[in-house]
Design a protein around this ligand. Structure first.
Ligand code: A3P
Ligand code: MG
Length: 526
């Protein structure tokens, strides 16, 4: 309110419009800021009464300025699109796999049917951003014909960067094929890897207001995973070695890579990419290595994250336990079993799904931890039977609801949409850590829930940014060498930049993986 009254007294145009033709009063109303609405309403009535002609001019000026803003936005988008097209063109020429071979990779065994092509639309339920409609047709493909192709092994131009500005990614929803589970693995109470689903848990539906005490057991029945141990991609790499025959290029399909996969990573790293255009606090660093045609992406802890982790308060530490405790109250170890909230909670244990999918022309293989599955034997096949469990502070005011929609649902949506997990079951807790209400959020309904939030996040922006980021990576990470790391760094409100490191501590592909992949061929299972 102070800023608002300062600006009005300073003489700003009260009738100014944003790129979606909203006045300041519209924005205030959409955010339930009735104090601001009343103030702006009174100020505009006063100006209209005093000098209606001047107000008419101000309104005209506002429309002109908004049009200018939209034009500028279109220009920036065109420039970005042209840059991405150039990168794509170069990536195509440097041996990326063609559409035809990608199609063949996903038509095997009928797992990727035509119906699945519609996955993006069904589960995201948001095909394009509102601005996209207005500037439709301006993003013409403009492929340059005479680009020189950077040779492999040559460092790319490190001044290249990638913007995370939201408006650049407001275009049609990219193709995102229905993720197919190609396997799973488990980590036991000592973090040992097993190539099976032994840690899978089954969801047991609680009462609508279950009164779970999430603080119970924090002091005496909690074994916390040592998060100073950086596991990088190791568990996924173990899974790849154990399941190589499921992934390798088969038959006569010409492919420049062994695995028929462009990117291998954790789901959590992709979640960070999806949410980057809306992230205002935490940056990230991602290490990328190209090895036998596949790009491996592994997170590097930033200095800021390390400091935050060291300086966590006791309350924060305890609150991080609450989410796991909620899982213990709602999950059983066997299909007919019951949860055991009196047992020891060990966060080393995990069940992870491994899924394969395609985003635009990027073939992805990633893994993510899954909380539990539907215990109904008639439930659909994985990943559609999986359930993500979440806790959140109870919502008591419109402002809290709005924040929940704008920030929390973005993270929940991104995390589950990626592997095709269709629902989130949430426990809402009070200040004391007691779950007072339960609610299920189907992922496909989340974009409807947030529709009325002004200037809210858009699924299409998240997915387009991720797709362009992966194109950027393909373009810069050209040298196929397990001891070369391309380090991509990002801070909120900055562009993504990168640096190249040889034989450095950033190297993350272990010798056992490189040797096994280099020395032996997978045995093909029929
Ligand atoms: P909530 O999600 O209920 O907060 P996930 O939901 O991804 O399965 O993670 C399970 C729980 O681990 C979380 O429960 C939270 O308690 C904890 N957790 C996961 N990532 C975290 C992070 N980055 N910071 C704090 N807590 C985290
Ligand atoms: Mg969870």
């Amino acid at each position: 309110m102070h800023i608002l009254s300062f600006l009005v007294n300073f003489g700003v145009n009260l009738f100014a419009l944003d790129n979606e033709s909203h006045t300041a009063m519209d924005v205030a109303a959409s955010r339930d800021r009735m104090d601001c609405v009343r103030f702006l309403d009174a100020a505009s009535s006063q100006q209209t009464n005093q000098n209606p002609k001047k107000v008419a001019n101000l309104k005209k000026e506002a429309i002109k300025e908004a049009e200018k803003g939209i034009q500028l936005c279109e220009k920036v988008k065109k420039k970005h699109q042209s840059k991405m097209d150039k990168m794509q063109h170069r990536a195509d020429n440097t041996g990326s796999v063609s559409e035809a071979s990608m199609a063949s990779a996903f038509s095997k065994g009928g797992t990727m049917s035509g119906i699945n092509e519609q996955f993006s639309k069904l589960i995201a339920a948001d095909k394009s951003g509102s601005l996209t409609a207005r500037v439709k047709g301006t993003l013409q493909k403009n492929r340059p014909q005479n680009q020189s192709v950077p040779s492999r092994g040559q460092n790319p131009d490190s001044s290249l960067s990638l913007s995370t500005r939201r408006e650049l990614y407001e275009r049609d929803f990219p193709v995102y094929k229905q993720p197919v589970e190609v396997g799973c693995f488990s980590l036991d109470s000592e973090r040992r890897f097993f190539n099976d689903g032994r840690q899978m848990r089954y969801y047991v539906e609680p009462d609508r207001s279950p009164n779970f005490d999430l603080r119970d057991g924090y002091k005496d029945r909690f074994i916390k995973r040592d998060d100073s141990v950086k596991e990088k991609l190791d568990h996924m790499l173990r899974w790849i070695l154990a399941n190589r025959s499921k992934l390798s290029a088969r038959g006569t399909t010409a492919s420049s890579c062994d695995l028929d996969i462009d990117f291998v990573t954790w789901r959590g790293h992709l979640t960070k990419l999806l949410t980057a255009p809306y992230e205002t606090r935490e940056g990230w660093q991602l290490a990328v290595t190209r090895f036998r045609g596949t790009l491996y992406i592994s997170e590097v802890e930033t200095e800021a994250a390390r400091r935050d982790q060291e300086n966590r308060t006791e309350r924060h530490e305890e609150m991080m336990y609450w989410g796991y405790k909620f899982e213990q109250y709602t999950c059983a170890d066997t299909v007919h079993g019951q949860p055991d909230p009196g047992g020891v909670l060990n966060t080393n244990e995990a069940f992870c799904t491994v899924v394969q999918t395609r985003l635009a022309d990027h073939r992805l293989l990633f893994s993510g931890e899954v909380d539990c599955r539907d215990k109904d034997p008639n439930a659909p096949a994985a990943p559609a039977c999986y359930i993500e469990l979440k806790t959140s502070a109870e919502i008591c005011t419109p402002k809290q609801r709005s924040n929940f929609h704008r920030f929390k649902l973005l993270k929940w949506w991104a995390q589950s949409f990626l592997p095709g997990v269709p629902r989130v079951v949430a426990g809402f807790r009070d200040e004391e850590g007691v779950v007072v209400a339960m609610e299920t959020f189907p992922i496909s309904k989340i974009s409807h829930l947030i529709k009325n939030e002004h200037n809210c996040w858009k699924p299409t922006v998240c997915m387009n940014f991720c797709s362009d980021f992966l194109s950027f990576v393909k373009h810069i990470a050209t040298e196929d060498n397990p001891s070369v790391v391309y380090l991509l760094s990002w801070e909120p409100r900055r562009d993504v930049t990168f640096s190249v490191h040889r034989d450095s501590p950033y190297c993350f592909l272990p010798h056992w993986f490189v040797e096994e992949m280099t020395s032996s061929q997978p045995s093909h299972q029929s």
